[in-house]
Design a protein around this ligand. Structure first.
Ligand code: G3H
Ligand code: ZN
Length: 297
């Protein structure tokens, strides 16, 4: 298979914004998950972002994750890119640049505004000093506003406070002053699946979009458990990049439990994992269809 594409991540972001769809971003910490995502992207002909948080990349190895994704991009010709998701410090983000990541998410949203701005700008300058022949410039995302939760099924109710949502004017200034390529706002989204229904503020997304330049991407984090209608509403309002972690973690673990139960004598890992890869691939395909990103390569 060769779906060779010479478009950069920035060009895919602009294409998604113009055409009204979103690039899927899926978190991983091992090779089985990467394979599942790349298989889904190849079947449906989608550009895709594979993400590793600090914990996930500590486990898989940042250089190893970057090399694996790059080798799959070369082998398949598919636009599959790797993002250093939720890098919580300037040092961590710079280390991901040095490890060969295509995209960096610098998340200093827990810091006061001025410190977030200063650190994010420093990461943009560092990342943009590297230009690669295959992907062009490294793509950088910044984050503004408070996002609660973590990527798991949570027993408790998580209440969001609209006071801590992203303020559109501040978002405009933040993007202009830092030079980021895409912004992750807080619009009612929560990481993981809490006991309450997740509801995002579509009108706020529309207003933030109006305060962004047409080339600036808008990322929706914490998309697991958000209804399909709200996801479609968010894309129509101007989101062009959507993060899923919990739902594919759940698909993975449930399939693995089933595989172990059904094959108690099996000791060959790749045989036990074939149904796990298929389960993750199906979940990823379901999301790629929902995001409207099929046949965009
Ligand atoms: O950065 C990762 C995502 O925001 C994952 O959120 O666990 O709700 O899918 P999720
Ligand atoms: Zn996130």
């Amino acid at each position: 298979m060769d779906l060779t594409s010479s478009m950069t991540l920035q060009q895919y972001h602009e294409k998604a914004l113009k055409e009204g769809w979103a690039i899927g971003h899926f978190n991983v910490s091992n090779l089985e998950q990467i394979r599942a995502i790349v298989e889904a992207a190849a079947t449906l002909k989608c550009p895709v972002l594979i993400g590793t948080s600090e914990g996930e990349r500590k486990y898989i190895g940042p250089r190893q994750a970057a090399v694996v994704v790059k080798s799959l991009r070369q082998e398949t010709g598919l636009p599959v890119f790797i993002n250093a998701d939720h890098s919580k410090s300037v040092e961590s983000a710079k280390a991901a640049v040095d490890a060969g990541y295509d995209s960096i998410h610098i998340d200093l949203s827990a810091l006061p505004y001025e410190e977030n701005l200063k650190g994010t700008k420093e990461v943009v300058e560092y990342a943009k000093s590297k230009v690669y022949s295959d992907i062009g410039e490294i793509h950088v995302e910044g984050e503004l506003g408070l996002l609660l939760g973590e990527s798991k099924i949570q027993k408790e109710v998580i209440e969001v406070n609209p006071e801590q949502f992203t303020k559109p004017e501040e978002a405009h200034e933040f993007v202009e002053k830092t030079g980021i390529d895409r912004l992750a706002p807080a619009v009612g989204n929560i990481h993981g699946i809490p006991a309450n229904v997740k509801t995002i503020d579509i009108e706020l997304i529309k207003t933030i979009r109006k305060h962004m330049a047409s080339k600036t991407g808008l990322t929706l984090h914490g998309a697991s458990g958000i209804s399909d209608d709200q996801i479609i509403g968010a894309i129509k309002a101007g989101v062009n990049n959507i993060h899923i972690n919990t739902e594919i973690r759940v698909a993975y673990v449930n399939a693995l439990k089933k595989s172990l139960e059904e094959n108690p004598e099996e000791t060959t890992p790749y045989k036990l994992y074939s149904s796990v890869i298929a389960a993750v691939r199906h979940k990823v395909e379901e999301k790629l269809r929902l995001f409207g990103s099929i046949n965009r390569v």
